[in-house]
Design a protein. Structure first.
Length: 342
């Protein structure tokens, strides 16, 4: 299969591009598209055969559910069996945007979308290309991140192409995604609501709308459906082993370099190199990361893709602060550094 890449940002005949992509979805095909978080891999959420192709293309475990994307609240009624008051409040405040709501699933939603579970994760993306695709298709679109399972999330169309070329019909290239990490996920079937995955919207922002929430996600069972995407122990991972350190990143990089390894270092702010001979070594790739959480999140996966491309053997990351603003970034780094399950 040849994967077609169509540029959407700033292209005059964009309506035609989205109509072509919508036709692919309606015919059972797969289309990768940009959102304000990362690129998603979309299929018709109401067609089990189409959604099954997502799992095949990604190599995704069947018990790991998908997020269903809709244009707005009206679209949510096609996939969710209920719309509680908290859903209305959160959607009014954060939709379209990077907030996913977990609700009882509508009977029309195939079980493959939810990993066999009774709930569905739904959100309205804010990216204009995602909205245009949803309007053109007239369908809810099931879409996890457009990458091979457990790999780095894609924030550029080229990341998608390298991982999924030949496995999907089309990629809509909307340029780099602005948010950089996946949406916040809140389970509204719990009382009080429960945070399942931190993201670009912080718990404090959610609590300002609906009151206190449970901030610790449940421990997933080894068997059976996961309650939400993004809950696998190891996820969002570069090819090289990654280690987060609260201090001593320079020392660890130096240690690995002296062992003859090629090392990538995500440094939170410019600072002294390990020491002059090490810093000058060709085996060290340093990427200085932004000091604040939103721009750091926007840069994170792209930086890790760059280190993968550089062929490093080990990655050291200066751990970000332990605060609400950094919760989503810390979650991604924790899962990226987890050992490979045996």
């Amino acid at each position: 299969m040849k994967t077609q890449v169509l540029r959407v940002a700033g292209k005059p005949p964009e309506d035609d591009v989205f109509l072509r992509a919508a036709a692919v979805l309606r015919a059972g095909g797969l289309v990768a598209f940009p959102t304000e978080t990362v690129y998603g891999l979309g299929a018709n959420a109401l067609c089990a055969d189409s959604v099954n192709r997502i799992f095949t293309a990604k190599g995704r475990p069947a018990h790991n559910p998908l997020i269903v994307h809709v244009a707005g609240v009206a679209g949510a009624a096609r996939v969710a069996a209920g719309w509680p008051a908290n859903a209305a409040l959160l959607a009014e405040r954060f939709w379209p945007g990077p907030l996913t709501l977990v609700l009882p699933k509508h009977a029309d939603v195939p079980g493959v979308v939810t990993g066999g579970g009774p709930t569905v994760a739904v959100r309205a993306p804010a990216h204009p290309a995602a909205q245009a695709l949803l309007r053109a298709a007239g369908l809810p679109i099931a879409a996890p991140s457009a990458n091979r399972s457990n790999g780095l999330s894609p924030t550029q169309a080229e990341h998608v192409r390298r991982g999924l070329e030949g496995r999907i019909e089309m990629i809509l290239d909307g340029g780099p995604t602005p948010g950089g990490i996946e949406s916040t996920i809140i389970d509204l079937t719990s009382d009080p609501p429960r945070l399942l995955r931190p993201g670009l919207i912080t718990p404090a922002e959610i609590e300002a709308v609906v009151g206190p929430i449970q901030r610790s996600a449940p421990t997933p069972h080894a068997e059976g459906p996961l309650p939400s995407p993004g809950m696998l122990q190891r996820h969002y991972s570069p090819r090289a082993p990654l280690e987060c350190v609260h201090a001593g990143g320079a020392r660890l990089a130096d240690q690995w370099l002296r062992a003859g390894l090629r090392v990538g270092w995500l440094r939170r702010a410019p600072g002294p190199p390990p020491h002059p001979p090490t810093h000058a070594a060709p085996g060290l790739v340093v990427i200085d990361m932004p000091p604040d959480a939103p721009p750091y999140a926007a840069r994170l996966f792209a930086a890790l893709h760059e280190l993968d491309d550089a062929g490093v053997d080990r990655i050291v990351v200066d751990a970000p602060p332990d605060s609400d603003a950094w919760l989503g970034v810390r979650d991604r780094l924790r899962r990226a550094s987890a050992p490979t399950p045996r």
